[in-house]
Write a protein that binds this ligand. Structure first.
Ligand code: F6R
Length: 607
């Protein structure tokens, strides 16, 4: 949450900072700011709104300097306005901060009573004022920084410049990621490795408690007690073709269209076509006799976990619990014997999921993370890691990361089914063939989206939508409703179709559009009964089903979204696509900023 970019070079850094920030706007986009040392003092520009507002300001009031810090904000404390935008500064220091200073009120009272005057409502400004307080005591910049950071309860990734120590850039982290990058011209610091352009040739991830002191030609890392720490720089492999929208109108649309490739990459990564065997990384539990799995995640990653519960129980015979991380972390969950916990996260930095992971670790439960960022904190903290291979996801609404998670969880299920010889006496489908032909099915479906565009046009003016699904289609209904809420701001609710009569049916009348997800399978007949219940109350049904389903329901539905035939095991992956496209096109027709929906940010690193 929030993005940080800072640099110290032998040449001017301002353009570099703005370009770094432009790769981070998906982490927060309600205001942005930059501060540099201009040769005589620290000078700053800040603007409310998108980064373009700051760029426009810099055209009128340019900044120039060889060391600087920049930030794009997602508001936690205080309104999203210029006054609360980072960097925060005093005459002596400027700070950009990610995270939350939990004891900021206490610190602020102490500082204000000592005569320090705050100009913002933020918790982050406390850091700048506190460093100044220690500088005014006569400490040097390094000592003042360490002393202030030691006083802070909560989490931080901070970059700091000093007016009296202006040939250096400082960075430190506790619970909020920061990465150092080296170029021919100097050093950069970012909260996200994707912000580094081709000029950055090597990187190192700061660890909690690290303080980095950078000049254009050197870096030193030490802890808050001043003891030196060795962190090795590693060559960075820049991912090809990840930047830019490559002809798509939005990152979200590009990422939806990348999904067949994500599926294929993930499948190939985990399955050897040559040996006909799964290639899982070493996992910290015995796959043959594990008795229980527990999956913990937030948002879309939680819905991927919910799909996996159906798979793991049905296909591999493993009782599986699923939990929303923000609930799990405060429930004092007793971890079952002979069980393992899986943490599913695109970013690998989600604060609640990380806290849940730490709880399970403290209970000595084996912990595995499924993350899209291999260098993330969750990956580092876990006993085992299964990467999802979606590549960097820029659209704030998660699409291809979800498909990467589903594919990885499906591979895990199938591998566990194999090793446990579960249902070995029933006929086994040719899974390799099913999986190898799937990308073509998905691509075929994506080759014509006009039917979804027509439905989206129909739905763009509604205020409420119900999403219904049964069995493994229920988590898809949840994910479809979440996508719609996120980017269209239409109120959408998902229910298991079987719950209708227990309450939500009261919502259904001629005004209520209902998206029903009814794939073929054992629950088809029951779902069709639910569909008729909705139809007989006048609900306008948008049915996602196969040819047969649409044909059977044709007299009851407003629109049919026909899906190609696919093996039942792959239904969740395929049937997700129309739900994503529907949300996308409704948002597009409503004129919303699809990639950067209001109030949201990509990785939720605060509670
Ligand atoms: C929704 C979305 C969020 C994330 C959630 C967890 O489109 O992206 O709901 O899924 O914030 O994030 P990660 O997966 O990074 O832990």
């Amino acid at each position: 949450m929030c993005g940080i970019y800072a640099a110290i070079n032998n040449s001017s850094v301002t353009d570099f900072l703005i370009s770094g920030l432009s790769s981070l706007t998906y982490r927060g986009y309600d205001s942005a700011g930059v501060a540099v040392f201009n040769g005589t003092g620290i000078e700053r520009r800040r603007a409310e709104g998108k980064l373009s507002a700051l760029s426009d300001l810099l055209k009128i009031q340019p900044l120039d300097g060889k060391v600087g810090i920049a930030h794009t904000r997602w508001a936690t404390h205080g309104l999203p306005n210029e006054q609360n935008a980072h960097p925060h500064m005093t005459a002596r220091v400027a700070v950009a901060h990610n995270g939350i200073v939990e004891n900021y009120e206490k610190l602020r009272v102490m500082l204000e009573s000592s005569g320090y005057i705050f100009e913002s409502e933020t918790d982050s400004e406390t850091i700048a004022q506190l460093i100044t307080y220690y500088l005014d005591f006569g400490l040097d910049s390094e000592q003042a920084l360490c002393k202030a950071l030691a006083d802070i309860e909560g989490s931080f990734g901070v970059v700091v410049i000093f007016s009296d120590d202006a040939d250096k850039l400082y960075a430190s982290r506790k619970g909020s990621p920061l990465i150092l990058g080296r170029s021919e011209d100097g050093f950069s610091v970012s909260s996200d490795v994707n912000a580094f352009d081709e000029s950055i040739n090597s990187i190192t991830h700061l660890k909690d408690g690290d303080v980095a002191k950078l000049t254009p030609d050197s870096f030193n890392i030490f802890n808050l007690e001043g003891q030196s720490i060795v962190r090795l720089m590693q060559k960075i492999e820049h991912e090809k073709n990840v930047s830019g929208k490559q002809g798509y109108k939005h990152f979200m649309l590009k990422e939806i269209f990348e999904q067949p490739q994500v599926f294929e990459n993930t499948w190939r990564h985990y399955y050897s076509q040559v040996d006909g065997e799964f290639k899982l990384p070493k996992l910290p539990f015995n796959d043959k006799d594990i008795e229980r799995l527990s999956l913990v995640a937030c948002g879309t990653s939680f819905f991927a976990s919910m799909v996996a519960k159906y798979w793991l129980e049905e296909q591999a015979g493993i009782p599986t619990d699923i939990d929303i991380a923000s609930e799990f972390r405060y429930r004092n969950v007793p971890c079952a014997k002979n069980s393992a916990a899986l943490f599913v996260s695109q970013s690998g930095e989600t604060a609640d999921t990380l806290a849940a992971l730490n709880h399970c670790k403290s209970q000595q439960q084996p912990c595995v993370s499924l993350v899209n960022v291999l260098t993330s904190t969750m990956a580092t903290e876990s006993d085992g890691v299964m990467p999802t291979l979606a590549g960097p996801e820029i659209g704030v609404a998660s699409t291809k990361a979800f498909i990467g998670q589903l594919t990885t969880l499906l591979v895990l299920t199938l591998a566990l089914k194999n090793s446990r010889a579960y249902k070995k006496d029933t006929p086994q489908p040719n899974i390799a063939e099913i999986m190898t032909t799937f990308p073509d099915i998905m691509n075929g479906y994506l080759s014509d989206t006009s039917h979804i565009e027509r439905v989206a046009m129909d739905l763009k003016h509604v205020n409420n939508i119900l999403y219904l699904g049964r069995g493994i289609a229920y988590p898809l209904a949840e994910e479809g409703a979440l996508k719609l809420k996120e980017i269209t701001y239409i109120h959408a609710e998902a229910y298991p179709s079987g719950e209708l009569k227990h309450g939500p049916l009261a919502l259904v009348d001629e005004e209520m559009p209902v998206v029903m997800i009814v794939p073929p399978g054992p629950l088809f007949g029951k779902s069709m009964s639910n569909l008729r219940e909705v139809a007989s109350r006048g609900g306008k049904i948008y049915l996602i089903s196969d040819k047969e389903g649409i044909s059977q329901a044709k007299d009851f539905i407003k629109h049919g979204i026909e899906m190609p035939d696919v093996d039942p095991i792959l239904v969740p992956l395929l049937y997700t696509v129309p739900l994503q496209l529907l949300a996308y096109y409704v948002a597009l027709y409503k004129g919303h900023d699809v990639d950067q929906p209001r109030n949201l940010a990509k990785s939720v690193t605060v509670e």
